[in-house]
Design a protein around this ligand. Sequence first.
Ligand code: ATP
Ligand code: ZN
Length: 284
Amino acid sequence: MKLKIALQRSGKLAEGSKELLRKCGIGFSNGGDKLRAEASDFPLEIFFLRDDDIPDYVADGVADIGIVGENILAEDPKNVEILEKLGFGRCRLSIAVPKSFEFASIKDFAGKRIATSYPMVLSKYLSDRGVAADIHEISGSVEIAPSIGLADAVCDLVSSGSTLFSNGLREVETVMNSEAVLIRRPSLDDERSNLLDKLLFRIRSVMAAEQNKYILLNAPSDKVNAIISILPGMKSPTVVPLAESGWVSIHSVISEHDFWEVVDNLKRAGAEGILVLSIDQMIR
Ligand code: ATP
Ligand code: ZN
């Protein structure tokens, strides 16, 4: 009995998806054009598919779980359950206009032609704001639509914005934010459901670890209280005496989010020899 997972075969989610499994201690061969792989150390079978097909495969039970962008589910909702946001594949669906388009507000799109691969999401966004535009669905290379006279504006996925920029387009409105999510089919037998719990536990440990750092530092004993008050930590930090009397070593876990600010404050409070290590897994 194996759990079956659907991943994007090649494209912007492919690497992140495979890396996540590897960080969970799951090895598999990444053999070029193969559509299927078996994991070596977890009862998992991996299908490599086009991202657009993943929700369908999961809803139909061909795969039990899958990794896909929230944008795909928003455009074409399927009978799948979102289990976890995965923190990669971050992008936004944005409306962008050529330099010549004088944009002041969303109302300026009334009667204008907008090219997009996300007609459902876009039309809901516009109608919620009382704007009636002419939406042209195209499946690829949306960004060239204005330059060939097909549209007045585009609504497309953006991460850095460099593709828009190189096509002379300017982002003016964010329609939705998206990242990769883990989805499951609604009905799973007990055995597969147990495997999924095991996998989810690992995924959550990996994600927690990525958001935190392990920090070690030395401090004079009389500064310990001041330093501890700066460290949020999981529980209370570990304080161990150093061979040199009057000095201690303090160990704790800090969030990557406010990392630099905490380090600055620690230095100011008298911490020395600060070491910061990344964490592989964090079991809660
Ligand atoms: P496929 O061949 O699997 O259909 P695709 O060309 O439709 O691939 P990609 O461009 O690889 O898809 O994007 C896959 C997903 O990656 C998107 O649906 C989105 O969730 C995410 N993504 C992250 N950043 C970006 C970006 N800058 N542009 C497009 N998609 C992005
Ligand atoms: Zn696709």
